[in-house]
Design a protein around this ligand. Structure first.
Ligand code: SF4
Ligand code: SF4
Length: 64
């Protein structure tokens, strides 16, 4: 499993990127994306996905 950012609702606020323990979030051409090969849903690091916890936009980051 991994998480995915909805690029249609993402405001590029940058809250999520520094919180990812796996450095799975990057910006490409101004668009925030999650590398599904690096994202492990924060397992072994946190009880809750940190990107989801800090994202101010409801349902912008979802599990896929
Ligand atoms: S769920 Fe965790 S590991 Fe996956 S992108 Fe979000 S912060 Fe990174
Ligand atoms: S925290 Fe949410 S709105 Fe902000 S850059 Fe990340 S995905 Fe986009």
């Amino acid at each position: 499993m991994a998480h995915q950012i909805n690029t249609a609702t993402c405001t590029s606020c940058d809250a999520c990127q520094p919180e990812c323990p796996n450095v799975a979030i990057r910006v490409k051409g101004g668009v925030y994306i999650i590398n599904d090969k690096k994202c492990n849903d924060c397992e072994g690091h946190f009880d809750e996905p940190q990107c989801v916890s800090v994202c101010p936009v409801d349902d912008c980051i979802t599990e896929v």
